[in-house]
Design a protein around this ligand. Structure first.
Ligand code: UD1
Ligand code: MG
Length: 451
């Protein structure tokens, strides 16, 4: 049986107090919508439909960047969750499997839970996902059960005091055959406390037709909905705690776990040591046995086995560090490959470049990659010694085994084994320093007397 996803993402998220649509706010530097899409993708869905409304253009852009085949439909007016799902009808024309409805603002749903929903469909026409709330709170629909039969869902606003005390509540996620789902939705009315078309009404509609509805349970942490910035921060903290625990579990050393900030897709191999206060942006992979020293910032890069990065290093997108490379303090690397055993130890900017194996880049070296209009590449060979404070004006190539003298501004290619020197010749003037000092001291004495 094939599956399709419908992800609801049209809401404004008023309580976020933001110009950005709620589902584009990030947890672990990844939009909530993308978290939901990734959980759903684990089911290899035949189609993924995203219902966008507020900020639809931005939502579409993010959705397409994650999954080019995702279909984004518009809900121009937010008339309720049932109305939102109805917008997916055309996009699912001809599809006759199961639809799983997900929320774009419920980022922590586990693939395993989605699979359990599908399994439960074998014995029920409609499967809702519920969770037990630890504390009774004035949100979430209450699931009215009779054994494992789900009778109806009552929204908090519409519930009696007795129903409000129920702790088994609705996550909003459901699984149902596509044709049946749209058929039930056609019957949903908006006669309730909010005047909205509630998706939850399909439960009583299914029961009225003699169909069977049930609700399965997941952990409250999985259905944690994000409605405010405080919820967002709490959700991020929860994500970080879990991701750090997972890293410790696979054999990564985190010297001060609480100070390491991870992205949703950070991958780190065993026996790598992460010192305190390291930030991982999206797209970082670190192999086994590397060391990331304190206060480093990494994004979109790959660090190979045995490399040592930092303290205070910044690796930007497109950085590839080969085995046993050394990147030291106050070094920024962008879109550059640093080959095995090469060193960039101090105060350098290496951008749009390749650095050959065992090459040493001296302190203060800059690849001048930008001419104000275009970016250019710098190619440095193997076993090169780049002297301190060398400016490499790209495009430029330095051959294998070459050297550049300290302070050289390299504007022409340097052939292999050559020494490039481009700086003013030094001229020592004997006794001049003493004369100059005497002159300056006399001048100061005259000034002090006059004052
Ligand atoms: C909904 C459920 C409630 C459940 C809760 C779980 C209904 C009627 N209620 O309530 O039982 O306990 O979620 O969090 O379904 N959306 C749209 N278009 C709309 C309305 C909503 O796309 O017209 C999207 C929102 O962006 C959001 C999701 O649907 O992602 C849920 O909407 P929301 O307004 O948050 O519903 P709740 O009141 O929380
Ligand atoms: Mg909500």
């Amino acid at each position: 049986m094939s599956t399709a996803l419908v992800i609801l993402a049209a809401g404004k998220g008023t309580r976020m107090k933001s110009d950005l649509p709620k589902v584009l706010h990030s947890i672990a530097q990844t939009p909530m919508l993308v978290h939901a899409m990734r959980a759903g993708a684990s089911l290899s869905p035949a189609r993924t439909v995203i219902v966008a409304g507020h900020g639809a253009e931005a939502v579409e852009k993010t959705a397409k960047a994650e999954d080019e085949s995702a279909i984004v439909v518009r809900q121009t007016e937010q008339l309720g969750t049932a109305h939102a799902v109805a917008q997916a009808r055309e996009a699912l024309a001809g599809f006759d499997g199961d639809v799983i409805v997900l929320y774009g603002d419920t980022p922590f749903i586990e693939p395993d839970t989605l699979r359990r929903m599908i399994d439960a469909r074998a014995s029920h026409d409609l499967v809702m996902l519920g969770f037990d709330i630890a504390e009774v709170q004035p949100r979430y629909g209450r699931l009215i059960m009779d054994g494992d039969r789900l009778e109806k869902i009552v929204e908090y606003k519409d519930a009696t005091e007795e129903q409000r005390a129920i702790r088994f509540t609705n996550s909003g996620l459901l699984a149902c055959n596509a044709a049946l789902l749209f058929d039930l939705i056609d019957q949903v009315s908006n006669e309730n406390a909010s005047g909205e078309y509630y998706l939850t009404e399909i439960v009583s509609l299914a029961n009225a037709r003699g169909l069977s509805a049930t609700a399965i349970k997941c952990a409250e942490s999985e259905t944690l909905g994000v409605d405010s910035r405080a919820d967002l921060a709490a959700a991020d903290a929860e994500f970080q705690a879990r991701a750090r625990a997972d890293l410790l579990d696979v054999g990564v050393t985190l010297m001060a776990p609480d100070t390491v900030y991870l992205a949703a897709d950070t991958v780190i191999g065993r026996d790598t040591v992460i010192e305190p206060n390291v930030v991982f942006g999206p797209g970082v992979t670190v192999e086994s046995g590397a060391t990331i020293r304190a206060f480093s910032h990494l994004e979109g890069c790959h660090v190979s086995r045995g490399a040592i990065v930092g303290p205070y290093a910044r690796l930007r997108p497109g950085t590839e560090l080969a085995e046993n490379t050394r990147i030291g303090n106050f070094v920024e690397i962008k879109n550059a490959e640093i080959a095995e055993g090469a060193k960039v130890n101090h105060l350098s900017y290496i951008g749009d470049a390749s650095v050959g194996a065992a090459t040493n880049i001296g302190a203060g070296t800059i690849t001048c990659n930008y001419d104000g209009v275009m970016k250019h590449r710098t190619t440095i060979g193997q076993n090169v010694f780049v002297g301190s404070n060398t400016m490499l004006v790209a495009p430029v190539t330095v051959g294998d085994g070459a050297m550049t003298a300290t302070g050289t501004v390299v504007t022409r290619d340097v052939e292999p084994d050559a020494l490039a020197v481009a700086r003013a010749k030094q001229d020592n003037k004997p006794g001049y320093a003493r004369k100059l000092f005497d002159m300056l001291k006399a001048k100061k004495a005259r000034r002090d007397k006059g004052a």
